[in-house]
Ligand binder design. Structure first.
Ligand code: ADP
Ligand code: TZD
Ligand code: MG
Length: 569
């Protein structure tokens, strides 16, 4: 029954936040509940948003970042004020550094009290702290501005170079009520949140001219190319030009690593010898030795073409002869259109030389992988995973550690785009379980997390989360009793050395504690059997793979970055 005197229907801050997210296609939130967002998590779940509740905000944040990378929708992490916010902040900063779109939404305390520093519950000026660590930061004070706040956050995360955005929602906002109709009208569905950015035609021509004149061209694919989701065009560009390519870690699988034009197995040769290098969504940062030095051969021996959406990335380390600013999809299709029908493949002495070196190195690696040492080492264990991924190319590999990371990156071939998630631009430990949860949740595919025993420790408690949501995640802990190795000794006796853990730890029991499957694997056969069962069953599994504690090297492959004392003693 209705009548004219009935009060108009009301909505409130809680519902407006949920409605604004849903309106923009957000279907999942990664969170840790508590004041003032507990009811937001409950209500969001009740409204059909998938709520994935974590044990620590950093992992919820990492999950949001990985979800953003995989889906091109901003991953949402929801936390409480001050400490919860700070716990999520590392993930927000890491997402920004890696150009992954995510939004950290944190509840916050009363502005009046925070600003006068009167000691509120979980008092902190969160907006000011977040600002320098992300792409954009916003605060919403009034319910009628929630729509705008969320629209701005989504657009900031996705447009141009993707990144992390902070959205501050003070406790008082949630309870504010307003007319439901007016509330609905205040929401914004973001249209075209990541507009295409077409490259200028003269810059396309400049790049093509340079590429055409190259004697020893090389294409480097970075994770920006993986993020861009224009896989078929990237493959066409590589195959039509015949140019050898190198995938950066998270670009592996954009073309299958077994592709004839992949130069991964002879990386140092091609980087040193190429004369024209085209970077596609890859920065010339430390991971590419800043484009100079010994890695890049004779000084000034190469010219760079760089495709990137961020104009200021150009010349950040070395001169870029042909900057191609735009979104990768538009840039690659413009290049394809400009190739014409008579594009000459690179000189045969360049490509054949690469193939020969590659085959030699691959034969050497095959021999090493075939060895079956009495104690499992990185190679014999990773050979098992290499075969498992070959059999299940749709599985997502998450990877962190030092030796465990470096060896896995080169040994485990990837066959499909966006199937490898790892420590990224910072080389950060702790992404493991957050990334694994997100990968399983947003794709439904099996996840294989290859984890150094130290790396695993940063997010290990989230195995409970994996069990709680019954996710198809198989964690393989490479247990070498420590960071890099398990063999360091304290010269003074007493405490163990700082890099060494409890020997023979039973990591598999952590998964058993929450109802998952835990397996101790001492041999490649045991590892293969357990991994096969895990992938087939989809049950949460942790395999404790015992690795020779002497097998690793200090800092894995980046030993040179580790400062050494000039004083030999
Ligand atoms: P990697 O670590 O794999 O070398 P980086 O993270 O260094 O990759 O580089 C990724 C680059 O990709 C960034 O400079 C970013 O601006 C760029 N990028 C991300 N998405 C796009 C896109 N859709 N179009 C163009 N460039 C992009
Ligand atoms: N803390 C954070 C957040 N990130 C880091 N990268 C480090 C510390 C330093 N660090 C590395 O760079 S690798 C690593 C640490 C602690 C762990 C290496 O040990 P592991 O791998 O057991 O994971 P391996 O296989 O034993 O080398
Ligand atoms: Mg280790």
């Amino acid at each position: 029954m209705t009548n004219d005197t009935q009060a108009p229907e009301q909505t409130d801050g809680f519902h407006l936040v949920i409605d604004a997210l849903k309106l923009n296609g957000i279907d999942t939130i990664f969170a840790v509940p508590g004041i003032p967002i507990t009811d937001l998590t409950r209500k969001a779940q009740a409204e059909g948003i998938r709520m994935i509740s974590f044990r620590h905000e950093q992992h919820a944040g990492n999950a949001a970042a990985a979800a953003g990378f995989l889906t091109q929708k901003p991953g949402i992490c929801l936390t409480v004020s001050a400490p919860g916010f700070l716990n999520g902040l590392t993930a927000l900063a890491n997402a920004t550094t890696n150009c992954f779109p995510m939004i950290l939404i944190s509840g916050s305390s009363e502005r009046e009290i925070v600003d006068l520093q009167q000691g509120d519950y979980e008092e902190m000026d969160q907006l000011a702290i977040a600002k320098p660590l992300c792409k954009a930061a916003y605060r919403v004070l009034h319910a009628e501005d929630i729509g705008v706040g969320i629209a701005r956050a989504i657009r900031s995360a996705l447009s141009g170079r993707p990144g992390g955005v902070y959205l501050d929602l003070p406790a008082k906002l949630f309870a504010q009520s307003m007319d439901a109709e007016a509330g609905k009208r205040s929401l914004i569905k973001v249209v075209d949140p990541a507009p295409r950015q077409l490259p200028a035609s003269d810059s396309v021509q400049r790049a093509l001219d340079l590429l055409k004149g190259a004697k020893r061209p090389l294409i480097v694919l970075g994770k920006g190319a993986a993020y861009a989701q224009c896989d078929a065009d990237i493959r066409a560009l590589i195959e039509k030009t015949g140019i050898p390519y190198l995938p950066m870690s998270m670009a592996k699988g954009l073309l299958p690593d077994t592709h004839a034009q992949s130069a991964s197995a002879t990386r140092s040769h091609v980087l040193a010898e190429a004369d024209v290098v085209m970077l596609v969504g890859a920065r010339l940062n430390w991971l590419l030795s800043h484009g100079k030095g010994k890695t890049w051969g004779t000084p000034a021996s190469k010219q760079f073409i760089q495709i990137d959406i961020s104009p200021t990335e150009m010349d950040s380390n070395v001169p870029i002869a042909a900057p191609l600013v735009g979104d990768i999809g538009s840039c690659v299709s413009a290049l394809l259109a400009g190739l014409g029908s008579s594009w000459a493949k690179p000189p045969a002495d360049w490509t054949q030389g690469i193939t020969e070196r590659k085959e030699k190195n691959q034969a050497k690696m095959a021999a090493t992988l075939a060895l079956n040492p009495a104690t499992m080492n990185f190679h014999s264990a990773l050979n098992v995973i290499r075969n498992a991924v070959k059999a299940r190319p749709d599985a997502i590999v998450v990877n962190e550690g030092a030796n465990t990371l470096d060896f896995a990156r080169s040994i485990v071939d990837m066959y499909e785009p966006r199937k490898r998630l790892d420590v990224g631009t910072w080389g950060i430990m702790g992404i493991g379980m957050g990334f694994a949860v997100a990968a399983a949740v947003v794709t439904g595919k099996p996840v294989i997390a290859i984890e150094g025993d130290s790396a695993f420790g940063f997010s290990g408690m989230e195995v409970e989360t994996i069990c709680r949501y019954n996710l198809p995640v198989c964690v393989i802990v490479f247990n070498n009793n420590g960071i890099y190795k398990g063999t360091d000794v304290n010269p003074l006796g007493g405490d163990v050395a700082p890099t060494v853990f409890v020997k023979n730890s039973r990591y598999e029991m952590m998964m058993q504690a929450f109802g998952g499957v835990g397996v101790l694997a001492n041999t490649p056969e045991e590892l293969a059997k357990a991994l096969d069962e895990a992938v087939k069953s989809g049950k949460p599994t942790l395999i404790n793979a015992i690795i020779d504690e002497t097998a690793g090297t200090e800092s894995g492959r980046i030993t040179s970055l580790n400062p050494q004392s000039a004083n030999k003693k």
